[in-house]
Design a protein around this ligand. Structure first.
Ligand code: FE2
Ligand code: FE2
Length: 195
């Protein structure tokens, strides 16, 4: 996996537009910070680093390219993704991992696949990338510092708080909500209540 990380580091530096590259590096650094805080080590840290580096590998693509690559990769967009095609960069980005970056690790795939809206069955590497993407130091929105501080309550609480903040934002904007986010929220709540 070390060779994959090296290749991914070069790819993001060479292929991503400047601002997206900076967000990617900040997300990686913040994800590794969270990972150490939550006691991850060894292979977990490598998976987190690789997933964070590649999470937005096609975020800069235009709608048409995302749609045509989804088709080429055999991914059928949901109704919501057809309505908000920018969401597709997570699914298309995950499907590209093997073909375009030679990355076959299933946890890295899941972390990239779920990084935008979340979903059920995410192991902690994927959950950390999900949170880091929304909390990295380049982000700027109301309540962000309070949100970051929730890390003190553990990863599940942090995920719950990040989801709640995201839902709140989407509802205020009047944007549709992916039901995968609600499934993720329910999974976390049921884990916490021991259900
Ligand atoms: Fe993204
Ligand atoms: Fe991102």
């Amino acid at each position: 996996m070390k060779a994959d990380i090296q290749r991914a580091t070069e790819m993001v530096a060479g292929q991503l537009p400047a601002e997206l590259y900076r967000h990617t590096v900040r997300t990686r650094d913040y994800a590794l910070e969270l990972a150490k805080r939550f006691g991850c080590d060894g292979r977990e840290l490598e998976r987190i680093e690789l997933a964070a580096l590649l999470h937005d590998n096609c975020k800069h693509w235009q709608t048409q390219r995302l749609l045509s690559e989804a088709k080429a990769l055999g991914y059928a967009p949901s109704e919501l993704e057809r309505c908000v095609p920018a969401l597709l960069h997570a699914k298309v980005g995950a499907h590209r991992l093997q073909r375009d970056f030679g990355v076959t690790d299933e946890v890295v795939y899941s972390a990239v696949y779920h990084h935008t809206v979340g979903g059920c069955g995410m192991v902690r590497e994927a959950r950390i990338v999900f949170c880091a993407d929304k909390l990295e130091p380049g982000r700027n929105y109301e309540g962000l510092d309070e949100l970051r501080a929730r890390a003190a309550d553990g990863l599940k609480e942090l995920c719950r708080a990040v989801i709640a903040s995201g839902l709140n934002y989407l509802m205020r904007k009047g944007t549709p909500i992916d039901t995968a986010t609600l499934d993720f929220y329910n999974e976390l709540v049921m884990e916490q209540s021991g259900g």
